[in-house]
Design a protein around this ligand. Sequence first.
Ligand code: ADP
Length: 263
Amino acid sequence: RAPLNVHARVAPLTSSLRLVLIQDRTRERQVETIRRDFVANVSHELKTPIGAINLLAEAVGEAADDPETVVRFSARMRAESDRLTRLVQQIIDLSRLQNDTASDDTAVVKVDELIAEAVEHSTTAADGREIEITVNSLTELAVYGDRAQLHSAVSNLVENAVTYSDRGGRVAISAERAGEDVRITVSDTGIGIPDEELERIFERFYRVDPARARATGGTGLGLSIVKHVAASNGGTVEVWSEPGVGSSFTLVLPAPGLEEEHM
Ligand code: ADP
């Protein structure tokens, strides 16, 4: 590219500056593409439950003299509207997390409280399908981070473990200290994830089996939220899985330092 060469000859400093700017434009374009894809996905995902609610409302209107049908369609309308509510909440959570601004709500958070809340959140679903949830964690364990975000991450992992387990399955939650970190692991004896899908499950709206996810009310956003929560709280997520055997997700988070411990 001629203009770049001219600048390079005149002043090397300017040339490196231009190079930086060009790289930035590439990044800008990538961000723009990701943003556009996200908006397209969001519109598509929102239209599905809204369309279903519309059709069901019409059907209820036509079935006014058949109370049984009205009850059945109303229940389906409620399920679709629950899905819509969940989807909107997760989209809001995700866009907050992606705002890149550091959370101003960090504190020392007790791990057993995070786990208890997550179990509570999934108890009804687990009981309904006779899935046993066990917890093995030391009461004094704590992490340092944004409480609401961490709550959402652990709850998402437990919810997935229950959702992707068959009737009578087992979910085990454990937490341990490992050096400077705390490791919170959620394991299940569920359907598992094929190797080639493991990278992709953390992408927004990605589901291994879209039909099954839809039937169980999945949005494809849960693990994306978990990944962002880990990153914004200085941690990581690890996953192990084997189809037909089960999966295990570990949230690795920094333990509070001495200074934070006394806050
Ligand atoms: P969803 O709302 O669909 O559960 P997630 O982002 O939480 O979205 O998960 C993405 C996909 O990863 C799921 O649709 C499912 O295919 C797979 N997945 C997540 N957790 C598990 C698990 N514990 N066992 C098996 N598959 C899982």
